[in-house]
Design a binder for this molecule. Sequence first.
Ligand SMILES: C[S@@+](CC[C@H](N)C(=O)[O-])C[C@H]1O[C@@H](n2cnc3c(N)ncnc32)[C@H](O)[C@@H]1O
Length: 233
Amino acid sequence: MSYNESIKEQEQSKKIQEMFNNIADKYDFLNGLLSFALDNNWRRNAIRLANIKPGNKVLDLACGTGDMITEIQKQHPDAVIYGADFSVNMLHISQKKLENIPFTAADAHNLPFKDNSFDRLTIAFGFRNVTDKARGLSELYRVIKQGGIVCILELTRPENKLTSFFYRLYFMHILPLIGGIFSSHKAYKYLPDSVYHFPKHKEYKKLIEDAGFKNIHFKTLVFGAVTIAVMEK
Ligand SMILES: C[S@@+](CC[C@H](N)C(=O)[O-])C[C@H]1O[C@@H](n2cnc3c(N)ncnc32)[C@H](O)[C@@H]1O
């Protein structure tokens, strides 16, 4: 990456961070509304695929207001869970909800954790915002233990033409409209953009492979509107 590209990317990442700080207080409400309250179901699915074992050290990265952690606790009360996010306003909310969880302010591009720290790492709806995905994936690879599993739950663009049409209608027109009614912030215009620019499965798999992961599996939900990527170090 050239010097200019890296500066542009840093600036974009800062803008995304600021955006999440701005919407933190409305995030839970809007998230449930805009996903038709299906988001917890998707999180539960992803956690099952992460195959968490008793006593595993689990990092939930881009934890936001802590919904993924709550679900992990329900399925695996014996897991040792950590939360991290680069939005301090999101972290304030999650720390209030989940007093016993250690939270860290952390950017996925440069994680403040030692090599081979975690048995499992989950990210729900956060990876799409990581501006340098190759760098983010190499950080995930670094902090996960050998044999450990990373599970990324993300909104993706359906690759089937018909589904893609309805999806576009919802994402490009209806979602920003509803989001705009409840939040004056431009975040709900950014959301469709970020999903549209997310790599398609073939390119996504290549990025994951290039970071060093093996045994990569994709599970798609809602006709490809949601993808759970599971990978092993
Ligand atoms: C859409 S929210 C998802 C929150 C939560 N995981 C959930 O399931 O509701 C995306 C989160 O990713 C965080 N995020 C985005 N880019 C990040 C980065 N580069 N490093 C760390 N956190 C990031 C944002 O601050 C935000 O809290």
